[in-house]
Design a protein. Structure first.
Length: 144
């Protein structure tokens, strides 16, 4: 996984647009154009594909920390910032409403009996030896 893959996954996970990425980079005084950002997100075989360097990713991550958490003088709640990003995404007319996944506590599950096997008991399968016992001779005669 290279820097471009990481950058793409962060953009999708945080629901960021190119102009928002530019604003995040400007928080750490790093300037990039919208075209350069677009070239980073292209396929590798595209002629305008640009490799995302360590410096770009490092500055984006540092800017992302400031964008989500804020500064010491002006702290922010990251959940509110992410909720604001979700609210800015336009909703399609025919789209189904997106259901948020909520993890439930772990519970013990018991295996349910198969209804097709009524009254049948499991028979133990006989153990089959794949390799036969072989007597190896290493060339030495043993006198017993």
């Amino acid at each position: 996984m290279n820097n471009n893959d990481i950058f793409k996954k962060l953009r999708v996970a945080l629901m960021l647009r190119d102009d928002q990425i530019i604003e995040i980079l400007q928080l750490v005084d790093f300037r990039m154009s919208k075209g350069e950002i677009g070239n980073i997100f292209r396929n590798q075989d595209h002629p305008n594909y640009m490799e995302c360097g360590d410096q770009v990713l490092r500055n984006f991550l540092n800017g992302l920390v400031i964008h989500l958490r804020g500064t010491k003088e002006n702290p922010k709640n990251p959940n509110e910032v992410l909720a604001k990003h979700r609210a800015e995404i336009p909703v399609k007319e025919n789209a189904k409403p997106r259901v948020e996944f909520k993890a439930s506590p772990k519970t013990e599950f018991k295996k349910k009996p198969n209804p097709n096997q009524k009254g049948k008991e499991k028979r133990p399968t006989p153990k089959v030896e794949i390799v036969e016992k072989v007597k190896f001779k290493n060339g030495k005669n043993k006198k017993s």
